[in-house]
Write a protein that binds this ligand. Structure first.
Ligand SMILES: [Zn+2]
Length: 351
């Protein structure tokens, strides 16, 4: 039996194995404080029933771990509690377990092929990789679509996929820059990405950014006179507001546009989509959404651009609620609705 992490997104530290109990914990790497992302695989365990235990940590979701046999299709195992789960291996083939429904970058490249999106290179990452991006159209209005400023936040990628499905059927006027994996190294290497030392990608919108992707996004925003920025995230692990999809609201002028966007989205929601209610949107100066904590984040920087009309940060839950459980399909369907709301917002305001 082999427990391994040498695959895209892999992250676990095996503390101890006693009989059929394996004690594990996430690798924090350069994250300051604690975070909850983990993903590992097991092979050669045919017929065995193993318990994976991360107590006292509680980083297993309410529907158990996400399970996959191919890193493409993911489902919830169910059962277990927030600290541990048990699995009986049907064969020696690898089985992947993760905190949430992982989104493999190859899925994005297949999407780009299917939708005929030309994938280009935004920049070279800190670890020497070509960070992908897509550029569509020309001129004004100028739009940014981005995900994975925090690399572990996979639900943002499914939402972006749906957005792109809509916006290839009904193209936006003007120009669009899509950055699907802002922290591409982190996505591939399975980092937490949140609260990286000295700061993470979404605190790098400063005068001299330390990450190449942020330098390029900033430069592009200024060069094109950006008017709309849509940035897709996942919230904290689980519980309360983290079990919903919600817009992170700003104070001042931007607030009205964000509220209008939320209302549009709620009206455009289809039955196959993950549920969304404006009532769940996070008001300014509430919970962690404090202006004092905004220094260096995309929302703060983009809001200062002279032509900016709407900066929208959308957080989409990892798990959902018992009557609104997250699946790969309803996340993408939700993204299609977000795409329709983006289309309406940009075309109405640009007439
Ligand atoms: Zn985030």
């Amino acid at each position: 039996m082999r427990i391994f992490t040498d695959f895209t997104g892999g992250n676990i530290h095996v503390l101890e194995q006693t009989g059929d109990v394996v004690r594990i914990e996430p690798e924090l790497r350069d994250t300051m404080g604690v975070w909850f992302y983990w993903a590992f695989a097991v092979e050669g365990a045919a017929g065995r029933t193993l318990m994976f235990d991360m107590a006292p940590l509680k980083w297993v979701g309410p529907w158990g771990p996400a399970v996959s046999f191919d890193l493409v299709h993911w489902r919830w195992l169910g059962g277990g509690d927030h600290s541990r789960f048990t699995y009986t291996f049907p064969s020696d083939e690898p089985v992947y377990f993760a905190h949430d429904l992982l989104y493999h970058p190859d899925r994005f490249f297949r999407l780009a092929e299917r939708l005929n999106l030309p994938v280009q290179t935004l920049c070279t990452s800190e670890r020497g990789r070509k960070v992908p991006c897509v550029r569509l159209g020309e001129g004004s209005p100028a739009v940014l679509l981005s995900a994975r400023h925090h690399c572990c936040e996979a639900t943002g990628s499914y939402v972006l996929e749906g957005v792109l499905e809509t916006l290839t059927k009904t193209p936006l006027p003007g120009s669009v820059l899509v950055v699907p994996f802002v922290d591409y190294d982190g996505v591939l290497d399975g980092d937490q990405g949140k609260n990286r030392a000295p700061h993470d990608h979404n605190r790098d919108y400063i005068d001299a950014p330390i990450y190449a992707s942020i330098r390029e996004i900033k430069k592009d925003a200024v060069a094109r006179g950006l008017q709309y920025a849509f940035d897709f995230h996942s919230p904290w692990h689980w519980g309360g507001m983290n079990d919903c999809a919600f817009v992170v609201r700003s104070s001042g002028e931007m607030l009205k546009c964000q509220q209008a966007f939320g209302q549009k989205l709620e009206q455009l929601l289809t039955p196959d989509a993950l549920r969304y209610r404006t009532a769940h949107d996070l008001d300014p100066e509430t919970d962690w959404n404090k202006s004092a904590h905004m220094k260096g984040c995309l929302r703060g920087f983009m809001s200062t651009l002279p032509e900016m009309k709407l900066v929208l940060t959308l957080e989409t839950t990892y798990y959902g609620e018992p009557d609104n459980i997250v699946t790969q399909e309803n996340l993408v369907a939700f993204g299609r609705c977000v795409g329709r709301a983006i289309y309406q917002t940009v075309t109405e305001c640009s007439q």
